[in-house]
Design a protein around this ligand. Sequence first.
Ligand SMILES: Cc1cc2nc3c(=O)[nH]c(=O)nc-3n(C[C@H](O)[C@H](O)[C@H](O)COP(=O)(O)OP(=O)(O)OC[C@H]3O[C@@H](n4cnc5c(N)ncnc54)[C@H](O)[C@@H]3O)c2cc1C
Length: 290
Amino acid sequence: MANVERYEAPESLPELTQILAEGPATMFAGGTDVVPQMRVGARPVRPTLININRLADLRGISESNGVVRIGGLTSVADILDCAFLKQVASVVVQAADCFASGQVRNAATLGGNICNASPAGDMIIPLLVLDAEVELASWRNACVARRRMPLCDFFTGPGKTCIEDAEVLAAVQFPVPKPHTVGRFRKFGTRPALDIAVVSVGLAGVKENGCFKDARVAFGAVAPTPIRGRNTEAALVHVELDGDRISDIAQVAEQEVSPISDVRASAWYRTHLIRELMERMLHEVHQTRD
Ligand SMILES: Cc1cc2nc3c(=O)[nH]c(=O)nc-3n(C[C@H](O)[C@H](O)[C@H](O)COP(=O)(O)OP(=O)(O)OC[C@H]3O[C@@H](n4cnc5c(N)ncnc54)[C@H](O)[C@@H]3O)c2cc1C
C-alpha cells in the first residue's frame, strides 16, 4: 500500500464516476478479494485508492415493471435475508447460503463477486440461469452514462471482464421468473463451509406437468469463466423426467465441461462431480411437485 498517493470515498455515483474518469485507480467495495490479493502481491496497487462502500444508491433489492434489480453494492448477507428474493428467485438465495461465513457475507458485495470474475464465483451461477444483465455506469458528456450487457457475455477469462477502467458495476437485473419456475444451486467444496467451489451447478426453468418448458443451466469452476450449459439445457426441455432420462441429461452435462486439474481437484474429479450434482439436482426437482 506504500505507493497509494490518494484515497477517495465518494458518496454518489456522479462523484465516483468523475473520479474514475480521471485515470486508472484501485477500487474496492467489501475488500474481501482486493485486500488479500494486494497483500500477496497478486494485484498491483495503483496510486489512487477508491472505497466505493458509501454509495447508498448502489445498495438494495427492488422490483419494477417485472424486472428485479440488485444494486452492485448489495452484500451477500442482504441477499440471504431478502424475503422477496426467497419468494421469486430462491436460486440466488441458495447461492448466498453456500457463501463463505457470516462475517465474510456481511462485507462481500454482489458487484465485487462478479467483477472479481473468478470461474468459481458463487453468485454468478444463479444470475446466469436467471438471464441477468449487468448495468455499467461511467462519466460521459458531463453526466452518468449507463450501458447494459448480458452477464453471460461479461466474462473474458479468469479475473477478466468487459468492464472498462472508468466504469463501475451499478446493478444487476433480471426478469421476474415466470410462475412455476424451479431454481436450484449446488456447490461442492472440500469443506462444507468457507471454501471456494471445486465445482458448482445452477438450474432454472419453468416446470409444468413433469417437464421443463424452458431451462437454463450454468457451471462454475470447470472453464476459464463461469459458463452456460447450452447442450444440457437442450437435453432438458420437453422431456419427461424419469431415472433413465435424468441419467442421460447428467451425461450430457459431464460431456460438455472440460475443466483443468489444479491444487483443489483433478479434471477427472471435477467432471465426475458435475455429473453427480446434476443427477442429484434433477432427481430432487423431479420429486418436487410443479
Ligand atoms: C475467507 C473468504 C471466503 C470466501 N468465500 C467465498 C465463497 O464461498 N464464494 C465466493 O464466491 N467467494 C468467496 N470469497 C471471495 C469474495 O468474498 C467474493 O468474491 C466477494 O463477493 C467479493 O466482494 P467484495 O465486495 O469484497 O469485492 P472487493 O474485494 O472489494 O473487489 C473485488 C473486485 O471487484 C471490483 N469491484 C468491486 N465492486 C465493484 C463494482 N460495483 N463495480 C466495479 N468493480 C467492482 C474491485 O475493483 C475488485 O477488482 C471469499 C473470500 C474470503 C476472504
